[in-house]
Design a protein around this ligand. Sequence first.
Ligand code: NAD
Length: 365
Amino acid sequence: MSIFSHSAYDKHEQVAFYQDAKSGLKAIIAVHNTNLGPSLGGCRMWPYADDGEALNDVLRLSRGMTYKSAMAGLKLGGGKSVIIGDPRKDKTPELLRAMGEFINTLGGRYITAEDSGTSVEDMHIIGERTEFVSGLNESSEHGGDPSPSTAYGVFVGLKAAVEHRWGRTDLSGLKVSVQGVGNVGFRLAKLLEEAGAELFVTDIFQDNIDRAVNQLGATAVGAEEIFDLDVDLFAPCAMGAILNDDTISRLKVGAIAGAANNQLAEERHAEVLREKGMLYAPDYVINAGGIIDVYYQQQGSPERGGDGYDPAQVKAHIETIGTTMQEVFQRAEESGETTAHVADRVAEERFGHEDALKKTDSAAA
Ligand code: NAD
């Protein structure tokens, strides 16, 4: 397995491997870029088929975090960690404590948070061994869970897309399809319902569908049918690679704005969307509400000299997603480039800038 020449390596600053025989921990931390501050990104636990799959995932995800935090205007770099194992079978307090020790060896260059396969409770256990952990804010309304903030950021970004595409600021009567009404998708659907949108939802779990139908008056549609609907906007809130040759040829929407990470199956799909006149809200720009929330949970904690977590400050920062999104749409329209390409370029200008010195903000670290 190659490392430095790995296709996803892309100028990573550091990749660390760790094994703890006693607890069975096998983990990788990838630090992509710390120009803007210490790297922050979730700890994913997954039963990867092999080490190569785990390495590929952590490299791709940590790079994505650099772009996401830069676009969100945070003094953070990009990093991510993966634990190789099945979270339902292999996760033990000993293993999580060993992970805390591993994170601690990086001395604050990497700060962790919850992700797929890890929870707020797990972060507390990791936190027994390292201070470089976020998403523990029990005093916040949601006990550290960033999903409500992610949903709010997507809502703000979606409104910017509607304004750019149709020149309207109200959402009443707008037909929106939501794929995946889980933690983020359901909350987004609720905000859309309150704003008067007409909802069409799908999920692989019937109870999630029932919740949206019963509580929000949404229309339930099949998992495949969601791509063929005659609606205005598609909000993918389930999984990645959902914008591919098959789905794009079926979608009839004017805009796509949702929470899922890595929505484009391949980079070229951004161009296909542009040619078809579907306005695409780049995923890592629109779904940054969660990382913004986690940043303030970390930075605002009294142990770090902060004044505490201020929900109004967090909300105001999340609302900047709307202006960033408008800027991306505008620049793409003027230059004829895809929105995804413009977002990448703006992010690179921000984190790669000479002035963005390696300033490891002690307050944030
Ligand atoms: P979640 O697991 O709570 O919700 C995902 C939902 O999608 C589930 O209800 C699941 O049943 C459904 N689903 C899965 N496959 C599906 C399919 N083929 N068709 C229809 N529904 C399907 O996860 P979440 O926290 O709500 O995250 C949703 C997406 O947003 C993910 O891609 C995640 O990476 C991304 N994201 C989440 C956050 C956050 O703060 N939670 C932040 C940034 C990005």
